[in-house]
Design a protein around this ligand. Structure first.
Ligand code: FES
Length: 97
């Protein structure tokens, strides 16, 4: 094991978990689409070395999905829809341009 500092200024975990049919889950509410659009924004801004958008498994709060965790800000965003993508980009990605 080799401890090191985190190589990113911000990491966004987006729950993209797909549960069995009939069960509430983030992916059925747009998790993967949100993740893809956030990743695309990071790539378009050319700030991949500063911010990482990661796919997450279930965060145990499926009823309030789509769920996102943002570090080191310690922010949890819930009940997200694809309509919230511009605000997430504005609040958490744009500042690192
Ligand atoms: S499926 Fe996203 S929190 Fe469970």
């Amino acid at each position: 094991m080799q401890p090191d500092t985190i190589p990113y200024k911000r990491i966004i975990f987006v729950c993209c978990n797909q549960r069995d049919e009939g069960k509430e889950c983030c992916n059925n509410k747009g998790g993967s689409e949100i993740r893809d659009k956030l990743k695309r924004a990071v790539a378009e801004y050319g700030i991949k070395q500063k911010i990482r958008v990661c796919k997450s498994g279930c965060m145990g709060q499926c009823g309030t999905g789509v769920n996102i965790m943002i570090f080191p800000d310690n922010i949890w965003l819930k009940n997200l829809t694809t309509n919230d993508i511009p605000k997430i980009i504005n609040d958490y990605i744009d500042p690192l341009k």
